[in-house]
Design a protein around this ligand. Structure first.
Ligand SMILES: C[S@@+](CC[C@H](N)C(=O)[O-])C[C@H]1O[C@@H](n2cnc3c(N)ncnc32)[C@H](O)[C@@H]1O
Ligand code: SF4
Length: 341
C-alpha cells in the first residue's frame, strides 16, 4: 500500500488558550474482543465496516498532523490489534520515527493479541505500550471484561517483555470490584518493572449498570494506599494526564489519572481522531470536525490542513464530567471506544 507524502511542514498547532497540540490519539476501530463493564454494554452495535477510514487514509491524516508538529501518536480503539492488517499502519507510520519528526509511536491495548504482535510492533518502532489490566484474578477478569481470558493476556505480557517493549499497566479503579486489589496490582506491575496507572471511571456512553455504582474517587484510593506504602512525589511525565509518585518500597512508579477529582485540562496537549475521520478536541465535550470529507475531496492536503486549523480553534477549555446518582444519563453519550482511551 502506498503512503501519502504530500503533507508539507507548516506552522504548529496552537489552540485559543495557547496550548500546543503535539499529541494525536487515533481510534482505528470501535470493535473489541472484550466487553468491559465500565466501557461497553454487553450488546453493542458497531459501525458498519464500510464507514471506517482505510489504513492508508488513517496514515495520511496522521502524517498531516506530524507535519504540523504532532510528536506523539497513540493508536487505540476499541481494540486496535483486532483491526485487520493493523501492522501495516504501524510499519508505515514508523517512517516518521526514522525521520525524527515523530518522537513516539505507541498503542493502548487490552493485551489479548499481544503474543502475536509484540515482536512486530517493536520492529516497527514502538518502544512503549499501555496494557489495560484491572485485576489479577482470572474469575474477576472474566467478570470485568465479560469475554476476556486472563491467561492469554498474561502470555501477552511475556511476549512484550521478550520483545523488549516497555509496558505501563492501566487499571480503572472500580468500586466494589477491584478496590481490594490495588496493592496486588502495584506488586505485580512493579515486580515486572512496569509503571502502573490508576484511572477514574468516566461517564462516557451507556453501560448496563449504573456508572455511579462503579465510580471510585482516586483521592480515596490514594489515602488508603498510605496505610501500606510510602508515596514520594516525583515530576515524571509521559505527555499524558497522569501524575506520578514513586512507591518507596518497590521503587516503581504509580500514576493517577483523575479526570473527576482533579481536572487537568489546563495542560491538555492532545486531540482525538475517530475511525471514521471525526476529530474530537476533548474527550469530555462534543466539539468535533469532520476530516473525512476534506481528506477524500482531494489528493492534496490543503483542505485537510484547513479543516485541522479550524478544528484546533474549537478546542474547549475543559470537560464538565459529572457522575451523580441523580443524573441518570452519561455526561457524554459516546463510548470511550469512539475516541479511544
Ligand atoms: C477504550 S480502551 C481502548 C484500548 C484497549 N481496548 C484497552 O482496553 O486498552 C482504552 C482505555 O480506556 C479505559 N476506559 C474505557 N472506558 C472507560 C471509562 N468509561 N472511564 C475510564 N476509563 C475507561 C480502558 O480501561 C482502557 O485503559
Ligand atoms: S476497555 Fe478496551 S478492552 Fe475493554 S471493552 Fe473497552 S475497548 Fe475493549
Amino acid at each position: 500500500m502506498a503512503a501519502y507524502k504530500n503533507s508539507q511542514p507548516s506552522a504548529d498547532l496552537v489552540d485559543r488558550y495557547g496550548r500546543a497540540i503535539t499529541y494525536l490519539r487515533v481510534s482505528v476501530t470501535d470493535r473489541c474482543d472484550f466487553r468491559c463493564v465500565y466501557c461497553m454494554s454487553e450488546h453493542m452495535s458497531f459501525l458498519p465496516r464500510k464507514d471506517l477510514l482505510t489504513l492508508e487514509e488513517l496514515d495520511r491524516i496522521c502524517t498531516a498532523f506530524v507535519a504540523r508538529g504532532v510528536r506523539k501518536l497513540r493508536i487505540t480503539g476499541g481494540e486496535p490489534l483486532v483491526r485487520k492488517n493493523i501492522l501495516w499502519l504501524f510499519e508505515s507510520l514508523g517512517r516518521h520515527l526514522q525521520s525524527g519528526q515523530l518522537e513516539e509511536l505507541t498503542l493502548t491495548t487490552n493485551g489479548s493479541q499481544l503474543k502475536h504482535y509484540a515482536g512486530a510492533l517493536k520492529s516497527a518502532g514502538v518502544e512503549r505500550i499501555n496494557v489495560s489490566l484491572d485485576t489479577l484474578q482470572p474469575d474477576r477478569f472474566r467478570a470485568i471484561t465479560r469475554w476476556g481470558d486472563f491467561s492469554t493476556v498474561m502470555h501477552g505480557f511475556d511476549a512484550a517483555d521478550a520483545a523488549g517493549l516497555k509496558v505501563k499497566i492501566n487499571a480503572v479503579a472500580l468500586k466494589g470490584t477491584n478496590e481490594d486489589e490495588i496493592d496486588d496490582l502495584i506488586r505485580f506491575a512493579h515486580g515486572r518493572g512496569y509503571d502502573l496507572t490508576l484511572i477514574e471511571t468516566m461517564p462516557l456512553g451507556e453501560i448496563d449498570g449504573a456508572r455511579h455504582d462503579q465510580y471510585l474517587p482516586l483521592s480515596i484510593v490514594r489515602a488508603r494506599l498510605l496505610d501500606s506504602w510510602t508515596l514520594d512525589e516525583i515530576d515524571h511525565r509521559t505527555g499524558g494526564p497522569a501524575r506520578y509518585v514513586r512507591v518507596r518500597e518497590t521503587g516503581g512508579r504509580l500514576g493517577f489519572i483523575t479526570p473527576m477529582t482533579h481536572n487537568f485540562c489546563e495542560s491538555c496537549n492532545r486531540v482525538r481522531l475517530t475511525c471514521t475521520g471525526t476529530l474530537f478536541m476533548c474527550l469530555g465535550q462534543e466539539d468535533a470536525v469532520d476530516l473525512r470529507q476534506p481528506l477524500r475531496a482531494s489528493a492534496s492536503d490543503t483542505a485537510l490542513q484547513a479543516a485541522i486549523d479550524e478544528a484546533i480553534l474549537l478546542k474547549p477549555k475543559g470537560h464538565d464530567f459529572v457522575i451523580d446518582r441523580r443524573v441518570g444519563r452519561p455526561t457524554i453519550a459516546r463510548h470511550m471506544i469512539v475516541t479511544g482511551g
